[in-house]
Write a protein that binds this ligand. Structure first.
Ligand code: NDP
Length: 325
């Protein structure tokens, strides 16, 4: 299939790019990817997206965005992009190639990458052993299974606080395992956690391993590891929720686009224009027709509203590029 504008990803960046691109009459095709609605759908409630004074349920918000893009003519393809071949030879006439599920080839003049980011895990072996059997990176998805039980949330950021609060509404008790002596989360989220009698914050604790017979039944922790007062501690838990940040979903583009040390796509200053390889700081060469928006290119803000804004920018830049062909 040949299209002027192909958008990869169905989070706020992808859908906003689709709204703008379809209103510019680019008839975009949007590949929805493995998580319809993106990362936001793994949270409970969105309170800081302008236009929703009473907050909004994330699935509702993403569905609103999708319907808005559909109204102006976006075509949606459900599937996962498995391979890309971006046109790196500078010829404006040659299209970029994107394969969905290895078989369906899409050729596009402009590609907007809005693939977002995914949850990180600690990397301990028992985490893999119990994945799906007590280990989860999404309280909204799995919290229901732990009603009236005891769980732990790892992390001290906004996500961890939000998840701990959500789980406290379902569970008997929630531990927060925080490696530093303080929380990194915003003040309002910290207060909600610290004032919740069901949540116990274990500062300066790290997880050594999970224990249990076929499913998570406990966690071995270490307090102030390496310090003279180091102590081991065991907590009995039924669920172990990771909330320690994310890594960008950009591996597909590794051979074509400049990325930073963590894998975030590097864009040209305030623009969403991507750089081709080899890349040298301050001397990057733009890859014509390839733009990145949202968390896959944003190690700093990682907010839905910022992702949506960059999606709009990417579509405007793609439109300008397509008109120049
Ligand atoms: P953050 O990067 O902000 O926080 C990650 C947390 O996990 C930190 O406390 C960090 O500890 C801890 N951590 C990281 N690696 C490990 C490890 N190996 N072992 C133990 N702990 C670890 O990620 P978030 O997902 O919380 O937030 C990302 C962004 O999204 C932020 O900008 C946040 O403000 C925003 N956000 C906003 C929300 C809202 O406004 N409603 C909701 C959710 C997120 P340390 O502090 O020691 O580095």
């Amino acid at each position: 299939m040949k299209t002027k504008c192909l958008i990869i990803g169905s989070g706020p960046a992808g859908y906003t790019a689709a709204i703008y691109a379809s209103r510019a009459n680019l008839q975009p095709v949007l590949i929805e990817g493995p998580q319809l609605g993106g990362q936001l759908t793994t949270t409970t409630e969105v309170e800081n997206f302008p236009g929703y004074p009473d907050g909004v349920e994330p699935f509702q918000m993403m569905d609103d965005m999708r319907r808005q893009a559909e109204r102006f003519g976006t075509t949606f393809v459900s599937g996962i992009v498995t391979k890309v071949e971006l046109n790196t030879d500078g010829s404006k006439l040659k299209a970029h190639k994107v394969w969905v599920e290895d078989t369906d080839l899409y050729e596009a003049d402009a590609v907007i990458i809005a693939t977002g980011a995914s949850a990180k895990y600690l990397g301990i072996e028992s985490e893999r052993t119990y994945k799906g059997r007590g280990v989860s990176a999404c309280a909204t998805c799995d919290g229901f299974f732990y009603r009236k039980k005891t769980v732990a949330v790892v992390g001290g950021g906004d996500t961890a606080c939000e998840e701990a609060n959500y789980l406290a509404g379902l569970c008997e008790k929630v531990y927060m395992i925080v490696r530093k002596p303080y929380l990194r989360a915003s003040e309002i989220m910290q207060q909600r956690v610290l004032n919740n009698p069901k949540i116990e914050v274990l500062f300066e604790h790290n997880t050594l391993q999970l224990t249990g017979d076929g499913k998570v039944e406990g966690a071995d922790l270490v307090y102030r590891k390496g310090e003279p007062d180091e102590q081991l501690r065991h907590i009995a838990i039924n669920g172990f929720f990771l909330a320690i940040g994310h890594h960008p979903n950009t591996e597909l583009f590794a051979g074509f686009l400049a990325r930073d040390a963590e894998g975030y796509i590097i864009t040209d200053g305030a623009s969403t224009q991507c750089f081709s390889l080899p890349f040298r700081e301050g001397q990057g060469v733009g890859l014509p027709g390839v733009f990145a928006a949202g968390d896959c290119a944003d190690p700093h803000y990682r907010q839905a509203i910022v992702a949506a804004g960059s999606g709009a920018k990417a579509a405007i830049e793609a439109d300008k590029y397509i008109k120049s062909l």
